[in-house]
Design a protein around this ligand. Structure first.
Ligand code: AMP
Ligand code: GLY
Length: 428
């Protein structure tokens, strides 16, 4: 079949790389893609928020499956658009309906969903400009640090964690006063959870589910988790502390009630659920849901999936995921992200990348890259390129990944040298 994948980052390169390996895929289109996805299929200049144009392309190119990488088109209702258009309703869409995407699109909605279904999460309340005073009184009842979250999508910047009560109250007033525009018209205040974070990924057809490999990402720009938040500076899969016992708790207390909740509430959901978790002394709590794969978690999770993903996606879209099982490579994957100097603040684009030689068991995924007029490889974003290595052990995987990273150069490149080090300490 012909498949259209929407998105342009490292996540999409990893998904495209895996789709391209399937014998079920005749032609893969990626919109808009990057220089890396161009090697897996054909990049097409479509705007992913222009559903009519996407639909038109699908009809003209006999596309049978659309795989949605990022959250924005899902929150905007791309799956509903396809379901409602008579000429498109038979096209398989991997990605939830708008109602399902609310799990990521609104923190208040996600918290209320968890509460309705008894899913463990931090205690919370939601406030608006009209209830600012009540919000400040609620902060008085909590202990530092204080966690304030803009309700809507705020490009990963909408969460503030503050130690000082008076400053937290001032932040609340600023957020409700429009600091993040409409996204912070409502603000969720919640209890601080202390523990180690990890990400668990689920593929569901709305009735059945498969638990994909777990991963840990590294969010801050600086080593030892310092400095500004980024999209993610690296990832490791599996997570050593997510052992059988812990994962059983995750499955019973979180994954099953989430899928059951979606089904009982008749929310159409055919796609990924990314559960951001805190491991608090061996007990899992949900920090957030995302309705897509993580980036750069996909770059360490997808290389470990041995099953044919197109077959998984077909059964996801058709509601027959119970027919599938998942084959996973037991090795460890380590992904190190390389970014443009200055990122996540101002940075330059258009630097010429020297890509180095291929190495065994290492995959290079492109994030923000493009080809220049003469075919040269250029930087085209903050997160530029990453290397994922597979090996029997975490130290070996890290060594291979860093060896590959050292061969990739451009003016101003930066990467963290400590990806996975916290996990190595836990293993000792
Ligand atoms: P989110 O955008 O919801 O993923 O939040 C961004 C980051 O803030 C998370 O990845 C956590 O590191 C942190 N965070 C969010 N909620 C909490 C919480 N209740 N307790 C501790 N840390 C949190
Ligand atoms: N790496 C975190 C995310 O994709 O949201």
């Amino acid at each position: 079949m012909n498949i259209l994948l929407l998105g342009s980052g490292g996540r999409e390169h990893a998904i495209a790389w895996k789709i391209a390996q399937s014998t079920r895929c005749t032609h893969l289109y990626i919109a808009p893609g990057n220089a890396g996805t161009a090697a897996e299929g054909e990049n097409v200049a479509l705007k992913t928020d222009d559903f009519a144009a996407v639909g038109q392309f699908v009809l003209e190119h006999h596309v049978e499956m659309v795989v949605v990488g990022p959250e924005a088109p899902l929150v905007a209702g791309i799956a509903d658009y396809f379901a409602q258009e008579p000429s498109l309703k038979n096209v398989m869409v991997v990605g939830p309906s708008r109602a399902g995407a609310m799990l990521e699109g609104s923190k208040d909605y996600a918290k209320a969903f968890m509460q309705r279904h008894n899913i463990p999460t931090a205690r919370y309340q939601t406030f608006t400009a009209a209830t600012l005073k009540e919000g400040q009184v609620f902060l008085d009842t909590l202990q530092a640090p204080y966690v304030l979250k803009a309700d809507g999508l705020a490009a990963g910047k909408g969460v503030l964690i503050e130690n000082d009560l008076a400053t937290a109250k001032a932040h609340l007033a600023e957020m409700l006063g429009g600091k993040f525009g409409d996204a912070s018209a409502s603000v969720v205040i919640e209890e601080y959870l202390s523990g180690i974070e990890l990400s668990v990924f689920v593929l569901t057809d709305g009735q059945h589910y498969l638990l994909l490999p777990s991963a840990k990402d590294y969010k801050r720009i600086g080593e030892e988790d310092t400095g500004l938040n980024t999209g993610g500076m690296g990832s490791i899969s599996p997570v050593p502390f997510a052992d059988k016992e812990f994962m059983k708790k995750v499955e019973e207390r979180i994954v099953k009630p989430t899928v059951r909740g979606l089904r009982d509430e008749k929310i159409d959901y055919h796609g990924f659920i990314f559960v951001g978790l805190m491991n608090c002394g061996g007990e899992p709590y949900v920090i957030e849901y995302n309705v897509r794969m993580g980036d750069p978690e996909t770059e360490s999770v997808f290389p470990r999936i041995k099953s044919d993903v197109v077959e998984l996606f077909e059964n996801t879209a058709r509601g027959t995921l119970d027919r599938c099982s998942l084959k996973v490579d037991p090795r460890t994957a380590a992904c190190v992200m390389m970014v443009a100097g200055g990122y996540p603040e101002a940075y330059e684009k258009g630097k010429v990348i020297s890509i180095g030689e291929e190495q065994e068991d290492v995959i290079v995924f492109h994030c923000g890259t493009k080809h220049g007029a003469d075919g040269e490889l250029l930087t085209n974003g903050g997160r530029v390129i990453c290397a994922t290595a597979l090996a029997e052990t975490l130290p070996e995987a890290l060594m291979k990944s860093y060896n590959r990273v050292h061969t990739i150069t451009w003016d101003g490149k930066y990467y963290r040298r400590d990806i996975g080090q916290d996990l190595l300490k836990l293993l000792i």
